[in-house]
Design a protein around this ligand. Structure first.
Ligand code: ADP
Ligand code: MG
Length: 533
């Protein structure tokens, strides 16, 4: 009876349990990894993505491919979110993450088929994480300025052309040096979000440049205000210069002529008081989040104040950082310490749009202006700039770098195999499976370059062992097995650590699933219909 009830509850549900659920989930992971496998590394191929409305992009970026896929399978969705998390946290290594998850699962399934319980495999995998982290620390070295540039170039390998990579790497490293700062507690922060990326369809990629300051698509509120300023004092108003709203719901009843005129005069007076207060405080440049009353435009112009209104919050946060100004809630409450300073202000017209270009006195807000002749090229440049900045900024916070070209993965796998021998019990097999999974990266890199994956993997292994050098890997451009520091193929430690950690977590969570319940959906109503509105 109880059994029957349970079944009737699940009558609208498709259910797979135990081994077949796992097999199913692993198959989904392999299918998804298969979609990005061929993009890994500098010789990875591009994917042409076509949206449902027919728009296209050509990309080599794993996370871009995955995020645009209309995927239904829950395991595949989990893999995509792991890749998105990698992109958010580490800015690179997204394809690697997905490939590692799939490989960890395939190898786990093999053990499970040989009679090892999924929990044991998960335990063994989990044991590898702290060991791997320690090993990574010992393989890593500190990057100097040259190595930071090389790491940025490595992150762009296979994306865009040589000119684009070289120019963007240079600008990204320069930008990261411009925005780095030390917190009061000594912690170094370099947040790539403080570099604003704007595109300008003109010229070629080599004309891209950094503006020490911020470029905002804004125009001053009154034409009589000067178009350029050579520095001065800035106030950021987190509000507006508007008529004061009555605090109670009042109705204005006009009883005699002149009353309306009087009322307006009082209002004008209130606006004038605000403008006077600004002038008194010595404000040259005013940035306002909300509106500025039309009548106040002329008053501000007369007072010699240049004003901009409707500046978005995230933009004025950038302005605040660049100038040291602290946003104030109202004009009545200006304190001297809320004012910031700027080095210059100018307005330029870029292809029909007025741009306000503000250089702060502090070097903490920068704009990377990307130039290119077509929108496609600019989109590609913007994606590359995001990756390049991510890597360059990370290295300012933590300069640890690791060898690329599969060297790190081979070195880890060699250490893990030795470590496995010391672990009694079946977890040992899981650790060996983990070690084997890491080797997928050099194998796939070789495969994508048209080399034999097994031969290359064996050669890297042998070369590392013979020279006792963890930095030997495969240079895809020369097809040579050599020291990755000499070849300039290096990556931030943080990216590799996050990719391995994230992939392990995801693989473990798939291994723990023993029951998949699918709600049966009405075939007439695919769920993407809801997303389209
Ligand atoms: P991901 O999305 O994981 O970052 P990529 O397609 O960017 O994937 O490929 C990154 C991999 O390519 C890294 O393992 C990196 O070490 C490797 N790589 C980059 N440049 C080279 C090179 N010149 N030779 C060999 N491997 C390289
Ligand atoms: Mg990459």
């Amino acid at each position: 009876m109880v059994q029957q009830d349970a079944e009737s509850i699940l009558k609208d549900t498709e259910r797979t349990t135990g081994r077949s659920a796992l097999r199913n989930n692993v198959a989904a992971a392999i299918a998804l990894a298969g979609a990005v496998r061929s993009t890994l590394g500098p010789k990875g191929l591009d994917k042409l993505l076509v949206d449902s409305d027919g728009s296209t992009i050509v990309t080599n970026d794993g996370v871009t491919v995955l995020e645009s896929a209309l995927v239904e399978h829950p395991t595949a969705k989990m893999l995509i979110s792991a890749s998105t998390a990698q992109d958010e946290e580490a800015k690179d290594g997204t394809t690697t993450t997905v490939l590692l998850i799939a490989e960890l699962l395939v190898n786990a399934l093999e053990l499970i088929d040989r009679g090892v319980h999924p929990t044991i495999v998960a335990n063994g995998y989990r044991m590898c994480v702290p060991f791997t982290e320690q090993a990574l620390e010992s393989i890593a070295v500190k990057a100097d300025a040259k190595a930071r540039m090389e790491a940025t170039m490595t992150a762009l390998a296979g994306k865009g052309d040589e000119a684009l990579r070289a120019r963007l790497s240079e600008l990204a490293v320069q930008a990261s040096e411009g925005i780095v700062r030390a917190r009061d507690n000594g912690e170094i922060v370099c947040d790539s979000r403080f570099v604003k990326i704007v595109t300008d369809r003109a010229g070629v990629i080599n004309d891209s440049h950094l503006v020490n300051g911020l470029v905002l698509a804004k125009q001053r509120v009154h034409r009589e205000m000067p178009k350029t300023l050579d520095g001065g004092t800035i106030l950021i108003l987190d509000g507006g210069i508007e008529r004061r709203k009555p605090s109670i719901d009042a109705t204005l009843r006009i009883t005699n002529t002149g009353a309306l005129e009087q009322f307006h005069a009082r209002e004008r007076e209130a606006l004038r008081e605000q403008v006077d207060a600004l002038k008194q405080a010595g404000v040259d440049l005013l940035i306002v989040r909300d509106g500025i009353e039309d009548e106040a435009h002329q008053m501000l112009a007369d007072a010699g104040i240049v004003a901009y209104r409707r500046v978005e919050r995230d933009e004025f946060e950038l302005v605040a950082r660049a100038t040291g100004a602290r946003p104030v809630g109202s004009v009545e409450r200006i304190r001297q310490q809320d004012l910031g300073t700027f080095a210059s202000l100018r307005e330029e017209k870029w292809h029909g749009t007025e741009q306000m270009i503000l250089e702060g006195s502090l070097t903490q807000g920068l704009t990377l202006v990307l130039r290119g002749s077509t929108d496609t090229r600019l989109e590609e440049a913007a994606r590359c700039a995001h990756d390049a900045l991510g890597v360059a900024c990370q290295l300012m916070e933590d300069a640890s770098i690791l060898p690329g070209g599969g060297a790190t993965h081979v070195a880890l796998s060699r250490r893990l195999r030795r470590h496995a021998e010391t672990i009694p019990g079946r977890e040992q097999m899981a650790i060996e499976a983990f070690a084997a999974s890491l080797e997928a990266i050099p194998r796939i890199l070789a495969e994508n370059a048209g080399l034999n994956p097994i031969d290359q993997l064996l050669s890297i292994n042998a070369a590392q062992a013979a020279a006792d050098d963890d930095w030997i890997g495969l240079d895809i451009h020369t097809s040579e097995i050599c020291n990755m520091a000499d070849a300039g193929i290096v990556e931030p430690l943080r990216i590799t650590r996050h990719a391995i950690g994230g992939a392990t977590e995801s693989a473990i969570s798939v291994l723990r699933i023993d029951d998949v319940l699918w709600a049966k959906q009405d075939a007439q109503e695919p769920d993407w219909q809801n997303d389209e509105v």
